[in-house]
Design a protein around this ligand. Structure first.
Ligand SMILES: [Zn+2]
Length: 672
């Protein structure tokens, strides 16, 4: 770290203090249920964080509580029989290395003291600690701890616990841990579960699930060797040189539901400011690996795009600062979101057309809205953050950077961009979703999907396609109103799927249960197709016809001659089929050779519909969903037919599917 950077770093502290004074002035944004004051120390040699936390917790329920549940996430790395590592061997076997003794991680709660009134002796409740496994009963899993209180805690009363703990950090294989002298410290402290809907919601740590916690205030002091550069949730309030080669940093943040920090001697630190016509200013801090210096401007620009568009569409970013962390190589910490801090990911030789690190930066920064501010339960309703965020980042990418381009890496290193093959960012989700559409319901618990792919496809791809389809069904204005209303109503709270559905129905004034029942709570495929088209001259009239009260015998020749003198009428037939089980209203566009077009709207309910036209022109083509509004359609290649079949359209789509799939396989990550 050179002198200029150190000077910048000190300046940052002073500016942060200024930002903090703004922070203090505001009203609480959330119901501050879980509040932590922590004082911990990192031993970088032993990879150990130890210290204590004082938890002030409000029983916001309407019942007395005798038991408290805590997450001890780091115990997921304690042995190879934990639930996370058991699931990982099944779900992501290629990602899990053989862990050596020094690579394991765990957290020991040394004591829990119940702090009473002033002058009253604290009560030691450490002996009541029990490990419980609410999800799978796995006795080797110690990621959830239960403690029993000496007396029940009445509703709306606050409890204060003093907890001492030692956390051994694991090798960074899944989100948290170390890689040499790089530390990314996430899910690292005893963290109380959420009591809501009449029960404790405190799931074990699973490989395909993220997190859930109540909002509160975090006041965290981190002590570590002074050569480390640190980033964390919140604002740095002060730093103190301890005179023994260590330094203590204090971070503070209100109205967040987690606290993460990172430390490395190698970070380059940059800061910038997001400004906007009407959105509040946000300080942007970038912690960059020195070997990724060339990505500095691209990370910052992408972060600003996210702050701008999410802010405009849903609501302003409510904190004074956001930190973007470029993770160390092979640290397992990339592409993750935490309150006011997220990790990106970058690879050498990546031109901007590859949208990396832009894509991951916008996605993870976007989670500040869909996860950070909207605090849905990621264990149970993963699509509500991943789906909403994937949909939103598609929209930002398109606005800010235009279409995606198909690309390959020659010798797996050198990028080649095929500018002739461009596609909308959202279409990447289609290729991921299409082959796996029927594996699972999107609404399943995160760890109960058939596979990691099914979790990813349902939470990310189908989630995004569902939102796109909803937007196209409602139209842009109504859709924008739905998302903004939902965000504003549920910010700093814990919405469930029905809460979103209620907002959709309220804003649109429509019963939308048919949409959500089929798509969110079901796993049927949506596929409409043009089955058959035909067009031929109308058969000439022959036989007796009663016209004007008289019966006349008409021969084909006479009528035909008459018609030829005037015009030929063609009878055209179009059969549209519903191949999937999802019933969805569709548009059908029929085009005639003279350029005339007719658009029909079919409710899509029965298995098929036939349209018959009698027109002076031959039918040219028919297409179902001609504007490609229904992103959930699993097969676009059967959506159109022409009278003079050209194979090109089908091939064109087939090629695109292939490109998208390849692209997805190259870039997708389910650890985000
Ligand atoms: Zn995500």
């Amino acid at each position: 770290m050179d002198r200029k950077l150190i000077a910048g770093f000190i300046g940052l502290v002073l500016v942060s203090m200024g930002a903090f004074s703004c922070l203090l002035a505001q009203e609480p944004l959330s119901k501050r249920i879980a509040n932590y004051t922590m004082d911990v120390r990192l031993d970088p040699e032993k990879k150990v964080v130890s210290g204590k936390e004082v938890l002030t917790w409000l029983n916001d329920s309407e019942v007395e509580l005798s038991e408290l549940y805590f997450h001890l996430y780091l115990n997921a790395f304690k042995n190879n029989m934990t639930t996370l590592l058991t699931e990982a061997r099944r779900v992501y076997p290629w990602r899990i290395p053989q862990l050596k003794k020094e690579d394991l991680g765990y957290i020991d709660v040394e004591s829990i003291m119940l702090i009473g009134e002033e002058g009253v002796e604290p009560i030691d409740i450490t002996p009541t600690i029990e490990y419980v496994q609410p999800d799978d009963g796995n006795p080797y899993d110690q990621t959830v701890m239960k403690v029993t209180l000496p007396q029940p805690l009445p509703p709306q009363q606050t409890i204060k616990l003093d907890i001492s703990f030692t956390a051994k950090l694991p090798l960074g294989i899944a989100r948290t841990g170390f890689r040499d002298d790089y530390f990314f410290v996430a899910q690292w402290f005893p963290k109380i579960g959420v009591f809501y809907e009449g029960a404790w919601n405190c799931h074990q740590y699973h490989v395909t699930s993220e997190f859930f916690a109540d909002y509160g205030v975090y006041d965290v002091s981190l002590t570590l060797p002074s050569n480390f550069i640190v980033g964390a949730t919140g604002i740095r309030l002060y730093e103190r040189d301890n005179g023994d080669g260590t330094i203590t940093y204090n971070y503070y943040q209100e109205d967040v539901h987690d606290f993460v920090w990172t430390a490395s001697p190698h970070y380059l630190v940059y800061e910038d400011t997001f400004t906007h016509e009407y959105l509040p200013e946000v300080k942007v801090i970038l912690l960059l690996q020195p070997y990724h210096k060339m990505f500095k401007d691209r990370y910052i620009e992408a972060t600003k795009h996210a702050l701008r568009y999410y802010g405009e569409w849903y609501g302003a970013y409510p904190y004074p600062q956001v930190t973007c962390v470029d993770p160390a190589y092979r640290s397992g910490s990339g592409g993750m979101e935490y309150p006011t801090l997220f990790t990106g990911g970058a690879y050498w030789l990546t031109p901007i057309e590859l949208r990396s690190p832009e894509g991951v930066t916008i996605h993870e920064c976007g989670h500040e809205w869909w996860y950070g501010i909207i605090g849905n339960n990621e264990f149970e309703d993963a699509w509500m953050d991943e789906g909403f965020d994937s949909y939103s980042d598609d929209r930002v990418l398109e606005k800010a950077y235009g279409p995606y381009y198909f690309s390959r890496r020659f010798l797996q290193i050198f990028p080649i961009v095929f500018k002739r093959f461009s596609y909308k960012p959202a279409w990447g989700s289609m290729s991921g979703y299409r082959p796996y559409a029927e594996l699972d319901d999107m609404s399943r618990l995160a760890w109960e999907f058939m596979s990691g792919t099914s979790y990813g496809v349902n939470s990310y791809s189908k989630g995004a396609l569902t939102m796109w389809t909803l937007e196209n069904y409602l139209g842009p204005e109504l859709s924008a109103k739905v998302f903004k209303t939902y965000f504003q109503r549920w910010k700093f709270r814990h919405p469930r799927p029905q809460d979103f559905i209620d907002v959709v129905e309220e804003v649109t004034g429509q019963d939308m249960s048919w949409f959500f029942d089929q798509i969110v709570f079901g796993s049927n495929e949506l596929d409409y197709a043009i089955e058959r088209i035909s067009s031929s001259p109308v058969t000439k009239k022959e036989g007796y016809f009663d016209e004007n009260g008289e019966r006349a015998f008409i021969t084909g020749e006479e009528e035909g001659e008459k018609e030829e003198k005037e015009e030929v009428i063609y009878q055209s037939n179009v059969i549209v089929r519903r191949l999937g089980e999802v019933v969805f209203p569709v548009e059908v566009l029929v085009t005639f050779e003279n350029g005339e077009q007719e658009k029909k709207v079919w409710d899509g309910e029965y298995r098929w519909v036939r349209y018959t036209f009698k027109k002076p022109s031959r039918l040219q083509s028919a297409e179902v969903d001609p504007d490609h509004k229904i992103f959930l359609d699993v097969n676009y290649t059967n959506n159109s037919k022409t009278m003079n079949p050209r194979k090109l359209p089908a091939y064109k789509w087939a090629f695109r599917w292939m490109f998208w799939l390849q692209h997805l396989l190259e870039t997708c990550t389910f650890f985000s």
